[in-house]
Write a protein that binds this ligand. Structure first.
Ligand SMILES: Cc1cc2nc3c(=O)[nH]c(=O)nc-3n(C[C@H](O)[C@H](O)[C@H](O)COP(=O)(O)OP(=O)(O)OC[C@H]3O[C@@H](n4cnc5c(N)ncnc54)[C@H](O)[C@@H]3O)c2cc1C
Length: 310
């Protein structure tokens, strides 16, 4: 007897990435009664935040891991399920998006990229410990307030040689700028700007960073000297995880961030992007706000199911 195999399940939306952006969109879409598949390979940047003090609604701050756990629990409250794994490839077939993962494929009418960014490698071996204890920080917008009047080192790269050091002057009178890349040599105007703002400049390249016994960062420069600070910001850049969208024709800018319209839509019909992977400010509140916009847009553009009476 010939048995027909059932047609493959087509989700309304495949969400790629389970950080605050992806999980918030998933909560919205489930509450719109949409069929959602969410794949996450772990390591949301949220899990690196010891305590965030600028996310609204938490006067005493919130641990990144606690926020992540709560978002997952809220998604599960609406029968959502996080599939642990990576979407390795994305294609369009018969009017559907098809995401390939180790062990299978998932089909959806729309895709929401919430894949985040990869921070450029930090010049310190035990960087997780350094982030956890606040010796090394990655986000001046997030926690500049929390390091007021501390001795601060900023390590910059070619893309924004002096901007981050100048930004930190709002918070401390003791800011020193270091070069990481041998290619970064400040021009006369930049040196004058630093000097006028009272930012010290060490031109000898940073070779290595270690943690002192007191868990403070020590920067070792090529000239053999060591410089101890209370806090270091290695602003070395980032790469957006936008490859899957690029392969389908989405536009990118800057460090590979996906370009979207006011509804978070890319120029590929049905393909949306939210959170850090999108060009803009990398913040949790931005990620969750974009998620709300995209999820509502997706719901309003897909066909609606008319609810039947019992
Ligand atoms: C140390 C640190 C401190 C910070 N402090 C603050 C703060 O105080 N306040 C604030 O607002 N922001 C802060 N941020 C920034 C904040 O963490 C990010 O803006 C936020 O996490 C972005 O959310 P997202 O969902 O876009 O990306 P992420 O949280 O990075 O999540 C992306 C997820 O997608 C997954 N993924 C990627 N590719 C795939 C794939 N192909 N298949 C499946 N899964 C995939 C990743 O593994 C990851 O789990 C901080 C960041 C860092 C690193």
């Amino acid at each position: 007897m010939l048995i027909d195999s059932p047609p493959p399940l087509v989700h309304d939306t495949l969400i790629i990435g389970g950080g605050p952006a992806g999980l918030t969109a998933a909560i919205y879409l489930r509450r719109f009664t949409r069929k959602v598949a969410l794949f996450d390979r772990g390591h949301s940047r949220l899990s690196l935040i010891p305590v965030s003090h600028n996310y609204p609604g938490f006067p005493d701050g919130v641990r990144g891991t606690d926020l992540l756990t709560n978002l997952r629990a809220q998604f599960e409250r609406y029968d959502g399920q996080v599939s642990h794994g990576e979407i390795a490839r994305l294609r369009i077939e018969d009017g559907c998006f098809v995401g390939e993962y180790d062990g299978g494929e998932v089909r959806a009418l729309t895709v929401l990229m919430a894949t985040g960014i990869a921070d450029t490698g930090l010049p310190i071996d035990d960087w997780r410990e350094a982030l956890a204890c606040g010796a090394v920080r990655l986000c001046p917008v997030c926690d500049g307030y929390d390091v007021i009047d501390k001795r601060i080192a900023v390590v910059s790269s070619e893309t924004n040689p002096i901007g981050h050091a100048m930004f930190m002057r709002t918070f401390s009178a003791d800011v020193t700028l270091f070069d990481r890349s041998a290619g970064v040599i400040l021009d006369e105007q930049e040196r004058q700007q630093l000097g006028a703002a009272g930012v010290r400049y060490v031109s000898s390249m940073v070779r290595e960073v270690t943690l002192s016994e007191a868990k403070t960062p020590v920067l070792h420069t090529a000239d053999g000297r060591s410089h101890e600070f209370e806090v270091m910001y290695p602003m070395l850049g980032e790469t957006a995880r936008s490859d899957l969208a690029v392969q389908l024709g989405a536009d990118t800018a800057g460090c590979g961030e996906i370009v979207v319209d006011q509804f978070q839509a890319t120029r590929v019909p049905g393909l949306y992007a939210i959170g850090d992977v999108v060009a803009g400010l990398n913040q949790i509140s931005v990620a969750t706000g974009q998620a709300a916009v995209a999820a509502t847009r997706i719901h309003n553009t897909l066909p609606w199911t008319l609810r039947q009476k019992d």
